[in-house]
Design a protein around this ligand. Sequence first.
Ligand SMILES: Cc1ncc(C[n+]2csc(CCOP(=O)(O)OP(=O)(O)O)c2C)c(N)n1
Length: 258
Amino acid sequence: MLAKNMQVVYKMPDALTDVVTHYCPGCTHGVIHRLIGEVIDELGIREKTIGVAPVGCSVFAYNYFDTDFAEAAHGRAPAMATGLKRVHPDRVVFTYHGDGDLAAIGTAEIIHAAARGENITVFFVNNAVYGMTGGQMAPTTLPGMTTTSSPRGRDVELQGFPLHMAEMLAQMPGASYIVRRSVHDPGHINQTRKAIKAALKVQLNQAGFSLVEILSNCPTNWGMSAMESMNFLKEQMVPFYPLGDYRIADAVKSLIVK
Ligand SMILES: Cc1ncc(C[n+]2csc(CCOP(=O)(O)OP(=O)(O)O)c2C)c(N)n1
């Protein structure tokens, strides 16, 4: 019981379990989980939400979200989410994946889910590397960026150019809401939270495919302190992957709060 004149200013969202996660110190997966958890609570949808995570650092997300949850094979979350949503159209289905997952092994899956306009919500956490497996180059690794499999820096002549997934998926007429946000400081974390809420509202309004790309860090595999990784995110990632709204269909404009 709270003393007189005291207010609760911080509490664990009901949509998250009260456990210690396995994420590395300084990693923003935890921040993003929290934002999703807060929004699920705010929308009052915990009892009807089903999350889907494939392989990657967030492979144990089923332990952290106190919602129904399913584990997909690497790259296959959009297919599993499609099946779940079609069988249970009254449920809210979201996927949560890294860039190795969504933009490499799962590229075909995500493109076709967007093209079909599946009424699911995708949270795409882009940290520019394969985090779980030791920091190898991903499709989103920046030109010149060193990773464990590109020790001299990504050479676009040799390894090609990074994929800009939000821009690509925004070309799909089936997609209703495609935006890119970042979590490098409190203001941007707040913007990300608003986008997560808007994306879930799109689904709740049966308005089709929604995706929030969230630029994120990986201090361990980038070989940086948490603070250095936040600076890298702000100074290198954001200029290369511009934040913004890439597709907001007319039908969903009224659902978006700036
Ligand atoms: C079919 C298959 N191929 C490869 C792997 C190995 N693997 C596990 S996670 C992963 C990439 C994870 O990177 P990302 O999706 O960017 O997520 P992060 O760990 O950075 O959050 C890979 C290649 C696997 N588990 N299954």
